[in-house]
Write a protein that binds this ligand. Sequence first.
Ligand SMILES: N[C@@H](Cc1c[nH]c[nH+]1)C(=O)O
Length: 404
Amino acid sequence: MAYQPATGARDLLPVDVAQKHWIEDRLQQVFERWGYHRIITSTLERMDTLMAGGAIERTAVLQLQNFEDEELGLRPELTASIARTAVTRMAGTTYPQRLYYNANVFQRTREFRQNYQHELYQAGVELLGSSGVLADAEVLLLVADCLQALSLENWHLILGDAGITRSLLKAFPENLRQTVTSAIAHLDRITIDSLPLSDELIERARIILDLRGKPSDVFQKVSNLGLEESLEEVTKLKSLVELIKSRADLPLILDLSLIQTIDYYSGIVFEVVNSNDGQPRVLGRGGRYDELLGLYHPQKENIPGIGFSLFIEDLYQVLLFNGQLPQTTPASDWLIVPETPDANAAAFAYAAKLRQSNNLVRVEMDLGGRDTNAIRQYASDRSIGQIAWIKADGSPIIESLDRE
Ligand SMILES: N[C@@H](Cc1c[nH]c[nH+]1)C(=O)O
């Protein structure tokens, strides 16, 4: 019998890890340059934490059995966990708090798809304690810096606003609002056209569905929709667009039909979409959630927040397609070979000296059992730079190899 990983699970071999690090190291550097600090929360959460406020559905969570008094699940995302930590373990800290993470998440899917992975990786940030346009702009500019650090091209940012979209949907009767929302979220014109609504409301749904494009055009269309109660939000969104406009490499599509499945968003929402290989791929998403922290706060105090996650597997696919990722693990610089058993201690000492001389150098020991030719062959197969043949008195003979 061959032991296989669980369905939906995957092992990452050294080359996969090198490629994953290539992406994560670059993102981490950007996060730190913007003043963000890494947080690590538990992979396991109580179900009530994960689903607080109904933002995340139970069916999206992989649950654990055999815990009698607690219902536990594997986190499908990190924002809820960070919100919980921020208002409990980090209570009393000064704001703004800038936090970043790089972690695995587990997502359950009902439909079976080929190669579907339950365990995925996300890198992202949460900026807590600031509700203004500056915080929104910081997060969007940070997204752009992340993609620039990965030398990613052909991407755009789709920007919406959950508050404005909700106001637009208020005109629909409550019993049909969810159907309209889901039809808009899935760009499903057929459902919209067949709903038992007045011509005027069907027309409104069609207009909402088309509220995407150049920001100035979308704002123009919105102004005809009677959005008095969201005037402030529209003005805020306009000033945000104005603020980030100067960054030429941030291609922006305004989309007020953008609706996220995760339902904790209260302000701007956005997605990073890449269209490199013809097929649009969502590389990350985020938004503002000003009511989420209050759900976890002992006194229900609201603290605003905004953040995003980038999806490592999706970035990986695009970067691999572009040929940007390393194809091998780094080779050792040195192979240290004791020529005789009484040279073993001297060989370890020589290797230690080399490692001390430069903390980036990679030095590996030959572990015996091979003749000279086999050692040379091994070193050449592994693209090792130099062999040091060590004698019992510790003196080395150094042989340089051609690296391919
Ligand atoms: N956690 C969200 C993304 C996000 C981070 N912060 C705000 N939103 C997700 O996985 O979709």
